[in-house]
Design a protein around this ligand. Structure first.
Ligand SMILES: *Cc1c(COP(=O)(O)O)cnc(C)c1O
Length: 312
């Protein structure tokens, strides 16, 4: 029913929370014939390894929001997302770790069975509030949970603090070495952080996972502290749009895993790796290029796939 709001109270916390490990983020060198032939080097920064749950870029995007909430003495974090959202489960886990209460405003009516992602978020103590799509779009905070102890984090961590956090991703590699830094692009917050954290000589290449969202460039500029033009978004690898997939994509993800041992997800990093490999095949990078590909983690989406689709 339109306007109806369903609240699910947190489940008992049964997960043991491991700390985030930023000390040893692996950088895996890819060895593919395609690279040797063109005298190109490529390495993958494995942000998917920093934590089993808060994987990838989400922790980086959240870090300064949580610091700010602490500074402002807020007790409850409120954020937004869909049923398979990496951001929702990452926020739930990060709040659990940092002793915040948290509420997730979930797009759509309450399903008869919760997605694994939402169950897990509830397991970390997140209160789930379901709103219909129209209210969600308007980003209204439902009256049942509005009070001044709340600190709001925009969906996907989009915003200046998210960007500042994402800029610190590049502290975990020798960024001067690379000619290109490649990432998946949803809201563009991570990409704007990579641009902000980049040094002269880095070109940031973003593979958009959304269809025809040509505002992303503008959104990224608006998140940057100063105008920058060392970036480019590629709009050719969305596979039909956000969280859409084709057999060609999941088949590629399996092949890529066989060749490199690197798992990916069909929402973000699968499209990223597909795009970069396809661009390499089309000779989009000059000989001598040194690529850093950001594995932004986030394997949540794969949990919605039929068993057996992926080999990892
Ligand atoms: C959220 C997410 C992204 C997109 O990040 P934005 O900052 O919204 O562009 C990319 N990769 C993974 C794995 C994600 O979970």
């Amino acid at each position: 029913m339109r306007g109806e709001i369903k609240v699910i109270l947190p489940l008992i916390c049964y997960f043991l929370m491991q700390p985030v490990n930023l000390h040893t983020i692996p950088i895996d060198r890819l060895s593919l014939p395609l690279l040797f032939e063109q005298h190109i080097e490529a390495a993958v920064l494995r942000l998917d390894n920093i934590h089993p749950i808060i994987s990838g870029n989400k922790w980086f995007k959240l870090r300064y929001y949580l610091e700010e909430a602490k500074k402002q003495n807020k007790k409850n974090i409120v954020t937004f997302g869909g049923a398979w959202s990496n951001h929702i489960v990452a926020t739930a886990a990060a709040c659990n770790m940092n002793n915040f209460n948290c509420t997730g405003i979930i797009r759509g009516e309450e399903p008869s069975t919760l997605s694994k992602t939402l169950l897990q978020a509830a397991g970390y103590g997140m209160k789930l509030v379901f709103t219909d799509r129209q209210q969600y779009k308007e980003k209204k905070i439902p009256a049942v949970i509005s009070n001044e102890e709340n600190f709001i984090i925009p969906a996907g961590g989009y915003g200046i603090l998210g960007t500042a956090g994402a800029a610190t991703i590049l502290d975990h590699c020798q960024k001067e070495q690379y000619t290109h830094i490649c990432c998946a692009v949803g809201t563009g917050t991570m990409m704007s952080g990579l641009i902000q954290g980049s040094v002269p000589g880095n070109l940031i290449i973003g593979i958009s996972v959304l269809k025809n969202t040509f505002d992303t460039e503008k959104n990224i500029q608006s998140l940057l502290l100063k105008e920058q033009n060392n970036f480019q978004i590629i709009h050719d690898y969305h596979f039909g749009g956000y969280a859409r997939k084709k057999y060609e994509l999941t088949a590629f993800m399996n092949t890529f895993y066989r060749q490199t041992g690197i798992p990916s997800d069909f929402v973000y990093t699968g499209k990223l790796f597909f795009g970069i490999i396809d661009m390499l095949q089309k000779k989009a990078f000059f000989p001598g290029s040194r690529l850093l590909i950001i594995h932004s983690g986030g394997l949540q989406g794969n949990r919605s796939l039929e068993n057996g689709t992926l080999i990892f």
